[in-house]
Structure formats: structure tokens, C-alpha cells
Design a protein around this ligand. Structure first.
Ligand code: AMP
Ligand code: TRP
Length: 333
């Protein structure tokens, strides 16, 4: 039996933070041997908000390299750049024309991002989930591993696929496979270091709110030292204590210990004792990734080869799906 397929992606907007790693990439690495995997750097998504053309290519290299540094293995997985495979844009257009506008207007992430953009909201920002649906549906993905925040986009993708199949295909011969979201509970939502009720995010203006995968040990130490805590004595996984809950979860993940064990270890601890432990575990967790990253970035030619081969493999799958879609819609193919 052939393996089930996974597709996922991250936007090349700056560096990755530990939320991206724990909520997404770490799970991809763990699962990859059991699946046929496609991981893309979604650069077309990165221009849905104003972007700087001078850093887009550099950021794209950074993310591709971090995929490898975090442990994505080319033996199981294909790594490619979204804009290298033109079927993504083309399918997005076709889906634009078969999806009701009000499905997009409901998207929470759009509303949140649109508020931040003020007058400058692009059509692309509204259309972002359609492009994401195209990314997923082109590869007949069975599972899409993402963080909790992407759940609504996955539901939309399923709705788009179901509606398309209903309208343009027969039950025995559907055009699209209906994908399933794969959201891990642990690490699914890493919270900001400055506010335990807010998601850790690349777009937060404060660098102190997040730990980046490439932060130096000194920087990690500084950020954890300054992070928000609460005045309660003794630490616990109490949902009423968002900062405490978040920091203990991070500690449990980076120190490879169960929550139960951490709860016991930290029950009588104060922040003064806990913070150095968390700092050390975080640095230990990130050092191997940083070393591998440096090694890959020193060899630019290597990354180009990986991305070229990835493009070729991705194109074979994506182009075949696109042809199926166009044919179902009645195009002369
Ligand atoms: P983005 O940074 O929005 O491109 O997200 C890339 C991946 O990381 C997606 O699968 C997100 O769901 C996941 N992700 C982003 N921020 C977080 C967070 N704070 N906690 C957990 N997962 C996250
Ligand atoms: N929207 C996703 C995010 O911000 C990124 C993304 C784009 C994606 N296309 C995708 C994730 C396809 C999974 C599958 O995190």
C-alpha cells in the first residue's frame, strides 16, 4: 500500500520562532517516515501584506534551510518553493471562481490581519485561504499538519473541495481528495512571552515576545529573564495562569519530560529558580538546529539543488491535478 500524503508550508517572513517549530515543524519531522511528504515555503502568501522585495529571496532560503536544519529528511520529504510551481497560482484562480465570496469574509485571520493593515488591505489578503486550499488540494494531501490557528482555513479547504466535487465531478470519480487537519495538542499554541493570552507571532512588534530559532544563547537568556510572569508562589499548569501554563509547557517540551513530571518538579518553585532551568532547556533544544543551519547556509549551491529537485517532484504531482481540475471545468486541455 502506498503511503498517505502530507502537505504543509510556512511563510518566508523573517525567521521562525519556537511557536512555528513546536506547533508545526517538529511534528512534521516526527511523522515524516510514515508519510509521503511535501513541505513548501509559501512565498506567494508572504506578499499578501506589504513586503520588502529585497529580503523575500533571502527569507525563502532561510526557511528552506531551517526545514532541513530542524530535521526534514529528503529521503522522506520533498522541499520546494511555492512560486516555483505555477500550478498554485493557476488553481487559486480556478477556485476563486467556484468559491462564494462570503466564505472568505468569515475568516478570522483575515479580519485580524485586515484591522492591522488599515486602508491598505490587498485583495490577496482576502484571497489568501484560497491559495492555501490550492496548495493542499494540488497534492491530494491526506493530512495537513498545522498549528491550531490554521484550523478554520483547513475547514474552508474541505468545504471548497466538497463543493467543487459536488458541482463538477461524480461521486465515484471526485476531482479533489478531502484533506484532514492534523493538529497536535502539545505545542499547538505557543503563547507570547509578553502576554500569555496572545499567540506567539512573527508580526508582534516586540522581539521580546518571541524566541526565534536562531536566537543566540544570550538573547534567549535575556528574553526569558524579561518575560511576563505572575506573582503566585509555586508553579502549575493552571489555565487561569496563562503565562505560567505556557512557560511550563515550553519547559516540558524542551526538557523532554511529561507534564506530570514537570508539575511535580515545579510545584514549589518560584520564578527565580525556574527561569534558568527553562533557559538551559531551550538553549539545549535549539543549539543542534542552529549548528545545522549554519552548515547548510555555508553551502548555498546545495540548497539550490535541493529546491530545484523539489520543484521538479512537486510539479509532477501538481500539474497532473491541475489538468484534472481544468478538464472537469470544461477547459480544452
Ligand atoms: P506562520 O508563521 O503563520 O507562517 O505559521 C507557520 C506554522 O506555524 C503554521 O502551521 C502555524 O499554525 C504554526 N504557528 C504559528 N504560530 C504559532 C504559535 N504561536 N503556536 C503554535 N503554532 C504556531
Ligand atoms: N497559512 C499558513 C500559515 O500561516 C501557511 C500555509 C500556506 C499553509 N499554505 C499552506 C499551511 C498549506 C499548510 C498547508 O501558517
Amino acid at each position: 500500500m502506498s503511503k498517505k500524503r502530507i502537505l504543509s508550508g510556512v511563510q518566508p517572513t523573517g525567521n521562525l520562532h519556537i511557536g512555528n517549530y513546536l506547533g508545526a515543524i517538529r511534528n512534521w519531522v516526527e511523522m515524516q517516515p510514515q508519510y509521503d511528504n511535501f513541505f513548501c515555503v509559501v512565498d506567494l502568501h508572504a506578499i499578501t501584506v506589504p513586503h520588502n522585495p529585497e529580503v523575500l529571496a533571502k527569507d525563502t532560503y532561510t526557511i528552506a534551510s531551517l526545514y532541513l536544519a530542524c530535521g526534514i529528511d529528503l529521503q522522506y520529504s520533498t522541499i520546494f518553493v511555492q512560486s516555483h510551481v505555477s500550478s498554485h497560482s493557476e488553481l487559486a484562480w480556478l477556485l476563486n471562481c467556484t468559491t462564494p465570496l462570503n466564505w472568505l469574509e468569515r475568516m478570522i485571520q483575515f479580519k485580524e490581519k485586515a484591522i492591522k493593515q488599515g486602508e491598505n488591505v490587498s485583495v490577496g489578503l482576502l484571497d489568501y485561504p484560497i491559495l492555501m486550499a490550492a496548495d493542499i488540494l494540488l497534492y491530494d494531501a491526506d493530512q495537513v499538519p498545522v498549528g491550531e490557528d490554521q484550523k478554520q482555513h483547513l475547514e474552508l479547504t474541505r468545504d471548497i473541495a466538497i463543493r467543487f466535487n459536488d458541482k463538477f465531478a461524480s461521486e465515484e470519480n471526485p476531482v479533489f481528495k478531502i484533506p484532514e487537519p492534523l493538529i497536535k495538542k502539545e505545542g499547538a499554541r505557543v503563547m507570547s512571552l509578553s502576554d500569555g493570552t496572545k499567540k506567539m507571532s512573527k508580526s508582534d512588534p516586540s522581539e521580546l515576545s518571541r524566541i526565534s530559532l536562531l536566537d543566540s544563547p544570550e538573547m534567549i537568556k535575556k528574553k526569558i529573564k524579561k518575560c511576563k510572569t505572575d506573582p503566585v508562589m509555586g508553579l502549575s499548569f493552571d489555565p487561569q495562569r496563562p503565562e505560567c501554563n505556557n512557560l511550563l509547557t515550553l519547559y516540558s517540551i524542551f526538557s523532554n519530560q511529561t507534564k506530570e513530571k514537570v508539575a511535580l518538579e515545579c510545584a514549589d518553585m518560584g520564578w527565580g529558580k525556574f527561569k534558568p532551568l527553562l533557559t538551559e532547556a531551550t538553549i539545549e533544544g535549539l543549539t543542534p538546529i542552529q549548528e545545522k543551519y549554519e552548515e547548510i547556509m555555508r553551502e548555498k549551491g546545495y540548497l539550490d539543488t535541493v529546491l530545484k529537485e523539489g520543484k521538479e517532484k512537486a510539479e509532477m504531482v501538481a500539474n497532473a491535478t491541475l489538468k484534472r481540475v481544468k478538464s472537469a471545468l470544461g477547459f480544452l486541455v
